[in-house]
Write a protein that binds this ligand. Structure first.
Ligand code: ZN
Length: 122
């Protein structure tokens, strides 16, 4: 599973982190990272999956550890393995079923990655 980062990811970040009077309040480390990974395709760490975020594997030249990328910076998800799975808010793990958690057996804490009527835009 991979994600393609938007080409203007750093611009999105800068716009979102500039306050109404035009003062930049963003984190230079994040800005630099987004600049480096913009337009690139990154490998996703599928150990923990999220509905609106992605954990990446370590990125050479950017981060020795994986980083978490919010969906807004992602242009395309490639080989998405989240269909039919869910995130369990009780045990904080990925459940292989979207009906009952395959880790703790509970049914009431699952956040399904894809609703049936979800139109997934890529
Ligand atoms: Zn669970």
């Amino acid at each position: 599973m991979k994600i393609k980062i938007r080409r203007n990811a750093a611009d999105i970040y800068r716009n979102e982190n500039t306050d109404l009077s035009g003062v930049y309040i963003g984190d230079p480390v994040w800005e630099d990272r987004l600049q480096k990974i913009s337009g690139k395709t990154l490998e996703v760490d599928t150990e923990t999956l999220f509905k609106y975020e992605f954990n990446t594997k370590p990125i050479k030249g950017v981060s020795k550890e994986g980083i978490r990328i919010p969906e807004e910076y992602v242009e395309e998800v490639i080989d998405d393995i989240r269909k039919g799975k869910a995130y369990c808010e009780l045990c904080n793990q990925t459940s292989d079923s979207d009906k009952v958690c395959t880790n703790c057996g509970k049914t009431d804490y699952l956040e399904v990655f894809f609703d049936d009527d979800d139109e997934y835009e890529s």
